[in-house]
Design a protein around this ligand. Sequence first.
Ligand code: LMR
Length: 402
Amino acid sequence: MTESLFGRVEAFAGDPILSLNDNFKADPRPEKINLSIGVYTDEHGRIPVLDSVRAAYERIGFAERPYLPMEGHPLYREGVQKLVFGEKHPALAEKRTATIQTIGGTGAVGIAADFLAKHCPGRTVLVSDPTWENHHGLFQRAGFTTTTYPYWNHNGRSVDFNGMVQALEAAEHGSIVVLQPVCHNPTGVDLDEGQQMAVTEVLLAKRHIVVFDMAYQGFGTSLHEDAAFVRRYAERASCLVANSFSKNFSLYGERCGGLSVVCRDKDEAERVLGQLKLAVRRSYSSPPMTGGLHVATVLGNDHLRAQWTREVETMRNRMDSVRRLLADEIRALSNEVDVGFLLNQRGMFSFTGLSEQQVTALRKRDGVYLVGSGRMCVAGLNEVNVPKVARSFVEVSQAVRG
Ligand code: LMR
């Protein structure tokens, strides 16, 4: 080799979530605990295989595997629409929603960004501060400049509602606004119904383009209620909705998601669907089949869907109970550490308020892995590991200055 072609390629700094997960796997300490990546594990620390999904698998067997259409499997797309919007939503009845099957929720946001880059170029993209880090990256990759709206009130450990509204009002008309309607990642705090309505008025008045990113439907209150913000908004205006089945179907590695664009009328939706298909063709041609068939089979069958709904409820209830368990354990060890946040937040994540130094200390001293921002995946807690996590949490809070 005489000449180096790639000698100037920069080293990858690593992903704050996925690379940390790799580090966890490489950590030789047997007592290590992974509370970093957003993956639900059951009381035995295992990623569950849902009975409804197992039943779907048995029905599907191993049939032919032709290419799926660019937009994905028709039954899957129908399942996405009914789950996200509810069967009787006017945007479905009027056939003005364009839905595609995507490669996970990330793929959905990525195609949304590509679509918007082509059809609404040059707009500013606002994401919450803080947010799932990849929101910035996906929109920047598509050519947008991203900025933030305040979301987290550190002192109250709640939503900075006034800050959020002011920023959305101050943003240029027609900006792109990314909203997480339920189980906000990373903070675990959501807008209440009144706040959702007030934000909706601002978004409509400013003609902002809303991209909902709903990765945790069913992990907040119920499959139905968690979608209420999206459903109400979609009755009033066009919007884009990315959804994921990674968590609520426990199908992480299958990469099953959806992207729906609510349009003004059927004709517009048909043209938008065509452009989404084109974006898919230029990116990965068509989605993979097997995971999508499982999801479509469950969603399309009344019995399996009811069974799955109960399984989602079981996961949600377990996350709520380990939150309480951790709060109780911490309280039993110290009155000085505030644990109210654990009970006020919901979904997979808790924003602990621990500083980066404290998170590093947890990892190095005790093998307890949180994301650097202080985000804890409560779905990784169980009765066995909670006592140790509580002890580490209290000791680090007291010993390491935040
Ligand atoms: C997370 O936030 O941990 C998950 O959504 C996994 C991911 O892709 O980042």
